[in-house]
Ligand binder design. Structure first.
Ligand SMILES: [Zn+2]
Ligand SMILES: [Zn+2]
Length: 354
């Protein structure tokens, strides 16, 4: 192995013979973390094996630049097979880390190496999650433009290094430095200050996340309509000078959600099929999955045999079934049958324009 000590750490040369030396298995295998993104696991795997992420690209036969974020979007079968053989991690587990063919692909932040002012970068992070992690890693959900805060810590996500304003560039890290240190200036991202996001905006974010999960779980044909409405949200909010959601920095998207949070939800429901619009309104009005389940359980306690099991469904499929049961229980789906606490506010109307 060849490594040259410098003041900044170890400058690692690409080992062209790495594959020859470790023909069957790489020395160290690591398990993916919950909701970890493929590129994050690859960067950790590289460092665990004594290679900087930039050099590891060569081991996998990848080129320069955003080699690992590109694999997130399209994991080539032969690369997946190589990773599985060399690490012993099952093929399916590796494929599950990539976002290949995800129905929410239009909502992913575009791959951009440069972090121009006010524009999106490709990746977000929560400094508190990094601080709590035994080994800091990037979550798949942070790639979505619809995500502006951390559901665990209730704080805003960040999309830049607060010290040098660069976007996350762990794919280009040339030294043996973990990915929670900025690849451009070395700042420890765990030390980034808190970002405040108003509670109504976080409720809207949570509701949108639930609606996406429900419509994906149902294999709904409306998912394309949903993503195009979400992409246009900043244009409706008037905060973007015509830019769509995926092109805005996290701070601009936080402003967008804060503006939309106390407006009527017609921008997400107007002109949509009755059942779909009703389902979206229910989730939006309740402020998300957990609150809707609590309301529903209370409603059933009062009106029917007590279905305690509805208090803890956790998947989109469960939520879809719950909403259907709720619609049946509340008498055929007319607007009048929606209890007061779930009715949308009609005082401020925002029209969804095509
Ligand atoms: Zn967090
Ligand atoms: Zn930096």
């Amino acid at each position: 192995m060849s490594g040259e000590a410098t003041d900044a750490g170890y400058a690692i040369e690409i080992r062209e013979r790495y594959q020859d030396v470790f023909r069957d298995r790489w020395p160290v295998s690591i398990d993916p973390k919950p909701d970890e993104l493929l590129s994050s696991w690859l960067h950790r795997l590289a460092i665990a094996n004594g290679l900087a992420p930039r050099s590891f690209a060569g081991v996998l036969g990848r080129g320069d630049g955003m080699w690992s974020p590109r694999l997130d979007l399209r994991l080539l079968p032969h690369v997946a097979a190589q990773l599985s053989e060399q690490t012993g991690v099952p093929h399916e587990a590796i494929s599950a880390l990539a976002m290949t063919g995800c129905a929410l692909t239009p909502l992913l932040l575009p791959l951009r190496e440069k972090a121009d002012r006010n524009r999106s970068t490709w990746m977000q992070y929560c400094p508190r999650c990094f601080a709590d992690d035994e080994v800091p890693y990037f979550r798949s959900c942070w790639r979505l433009a619809t995500r502006i805060s951390c559901f665990v810590h209730g704080r805003g996500l960040r999309d830049r290094c607060p010290a040098c304003r660069s976007g996350v560039a762990a794919f280009d890290q040339g030294e043996l430095v973990p990915q929670h240190f900025c690849a451009r200036c070395g700042f420890d991202l765990r030390r980034a200050s808190k970002v405040f996001v108003k509670a109504p905006a976080r409720r809207l974010e949570r509701s949108i996340d639930d609606i996406c999960r429900v419509e994906m779980a149902k294999g709904s044909t409306t998912i394309g309509d949903l993503t195009s409405r979400l992409l246009r949200a900043p244009i409706i909010a008037g905060v973007s000078l015509g830019k769509t959601l995926t092109n805005l920095s996290t701070s601009s998207r936080i402003r967008c959600f804060e503006w939309l949070a106390d407006k009527h939800v017609s921008w997400l429901t107007e002109d949509e099929d009755d059942a779909v619009a009703r389902r979206r309104r229910l989730v939006l009005a309740a402020g998300g999955h957990d609150r809707l389940i609590a309301h529903f359980a209370d409603f059933m306690d009062k009106h029917q045999a007590s279905p305690r099991s509805v208090r803890s469904p956790s998947t989109g499929a469960d939520l879809a079934a719950l909403l259907e049961a709720y619609s049946r229980a509340t008498d055929g789906g007319s607007e009048r049958s929606v209890p007061v606490f779930l009715r949308p506010r009609a005082d401020k109307i925002v029209k969804f324009r095509r």
